[in-house]
Design a protein around this ligand. Structure first.
Ligand code: MD5
Ligand code: FE
Length: 207
């Protein structure tokens, strides 16, 4: 389903076995020091979504090569690069451009029942490769907006467990957010007892 040019929703792309496998791998990847963190924002708030970074460390609003204590960031799992390329192929009908920088960072986001993500752009990357987003667990309302403002016009899309969403081309810099999840909506066999897991795979272009 094309939501906007370059923004493609593929419901149910990951079957239940692959959802459970992704949850299991994420549990391993986010063991400390990768650690799930609720980042502080520059305005003094705290994000309600817990995040872990693989490959490059993201915090509001830049990437770094090291964790805040100076230790290396856990590596980007090559299998996530493969998954991202397969996701782009599934969404667009062709593989990503081979000359574009490779996928090198993944953000593992966990939403509990109260977590929300305000409208924002993902603009910390230098590369323009599509962002690949995978969802497991509770359904969420994903608000997909425009490239000019945080406000309308936007489209609300329900992202369910197993869904793939690819953002590229003219949609790459669109504002987007998660105004709510639907607690208890997940298939009990997805591998998560509660909450929502979102893995976004990106190319930083930083080499
Ligand atoms: C989520 N996470 O469902 C979303 C999925 C985030 C985040 O927004 O930053 O971790 S990723 C949606 C996304 C990513 C990159 C670009 C665009 C949307 N976009 O251009 O609209 O928890
Ligand atoms: Fe985002």
């Amino acid at each position: 389903v094309v939501v906007s040019p370059g923004a493609v929703h593929v419901p149910g792309w990951l079957g239940l076995p692959r959802q459970r496998e992704l949850v299991g791998r994420c549990r391993e990847w986010v063991r400390s020091p990768a650690g799930m963190r609720k980042h502080r924002t520059p305005t003094g708030g705290r994000m309600s979504v817990a995040m872990a970074s693989l490959g490059w460390f993201w915090e509001p609003y830049s990437y770094s090569r090291t964790l805040p204590d100076g230790t290396p960031v856990p590596p980007f799992p090559p299998e996530l690069g493969e998954l991202a390329r397969a996701g782009v192929a599934a969404a667009y009908g062709h593989a990503p451009e081979p000359e574009s920088p490779g996928y090198d960072v993944a953000l593992v986001n966990f939403y509990d029942a109260e977590a929300r993500m305000g409208m924002h752009q993902d603009r910390e990357e230098r590369a323009d490769a599509p962002v690949v987003s995978l969802s497991v667990g509770d359904t969420c309302v994903f608000r997909f907006g425009n490239t000019e403002t945080r406000g309308r016009p936007y489209t609300d899309v329900e992202l369910r467990s197993g869904d793939l969403f690819v953002f590229g081309g003219p949609s790459r810099m669109a504002y987007h957010g998660v105004p709510r999840t639907r607690p208890g909506s997940a298939d009990p066999d997805c591998g998560l007892a509660s909450g929502r897991l979102n893995v976004t795979i990106r190319a930083t272009g930083f080499g």
